[in-house]
Ligand binder design. Structure first.
Ligand code: PEP
Length: 233
């Protein structure tokens, strides 16, 4: 079971360090792997504040080249140098706003893995795609560019459920996760308005191996409650 908190563009260095110091005081279950994903500038203080804990620190993105003329980008070796353990790739907000495609996503995943980072790669359909009956086709296309790797995890995040308060039912999540696993046998996290009060039911689905949590990961108590909901499910 893996619970990852995506802080998006929240928590600068001071706030990230304060959150991390608070989180390390909280009792988290031993059978749940916990990860936080701060913005780039907050990675190093978070790594330092969580040193000697089992909580992993992931970036939210990573370039597919190791270095070069890519203004505004950050590479996998740079992330490794500041002690980062892994990275998210292809969050729907990056597919939507930053021109991420299946091909660039696959290139980022390949390089990050080759450089020794763990990767959580995000897939999921939009509302229009679901309503047009294209969910399976979209998942096939997005997962089809990926290859199996022991350090790769997929996050199924239906775009219509992200930050909307609209959660996929446990049955919808289970079905999509089964589809993804039939394409690539990897752990699959569910993401989309996961909160302390719906986490247990979602995480209890047999094909749900954890959660990628946005809004509810910004508060120590609600994030810890979701981590506890993942224990022994
Ligand atoms: C996310 O950012 O990946 C996410 C799932 O956000 P939220 O939990 O706020 O819907």
């Amino acid at each position: 079971m893996l619970i990852a908190g995506n802080w998006k563009m929240f928590k600068g260095p001071a706030e990230a360090a304060a959150f991390s110091r608070e989180l390390r005081q909280v009792a988290l279950p031993d059978d749940v792997d916990v990860v936080v994903c701060p913005p780039y500038v907050s990675l190093e203080p978070t790594v330092q504040a969580l040193a000697d804990t089992d909580i992993g620190v992931f970036a939210q993105n990573c370039h597919w080249e190791r270095e070069g003329a890519f203004t505004g980008e950050v590479s996998a070796p740079m992330l490794r140098e500041v002690g980062v353990y892994g990275t998210l790739v292809a969050h729907s907000e990056r597919r939507d706003w930053c021109g991420e495609t299946d091909e660039t996503a696959a290139a980022r995943v390949r390089t990050a893995l080759a450089e020794g980072l763990h990767v959580i790669v995000c897939v999921g359909e939009t509302l229009a795609e679901r309503e047009a009956g294209q969910t399976d086709a979209v998942l096939r296309r997005q997962v089809g560019v990926l290859e199996h790797d022991d350090n790769l995890v997929i996050a199924y995040e239906p775009v219509w459920a992200i930050g909307t308060g609209r959660t996929a039912t446990p049955e919808i999540a289970q079905q999509a996760h089964e589809t993804i696993k039939s394409l690539l046998d990897l752990p699959v996290l569910y993401g989309g308005s996961v909160k302390p009060d719906n986490a247990r039911e979602l995480l209890a689905q047999p094909a749900v191996d954890g959660a990628l949590v946005g809004g509810a990961s910004l508060d120590v108590e609600s994030f810890a409650a979701i981590c506890r909901a993942g224990s022994l499910t």
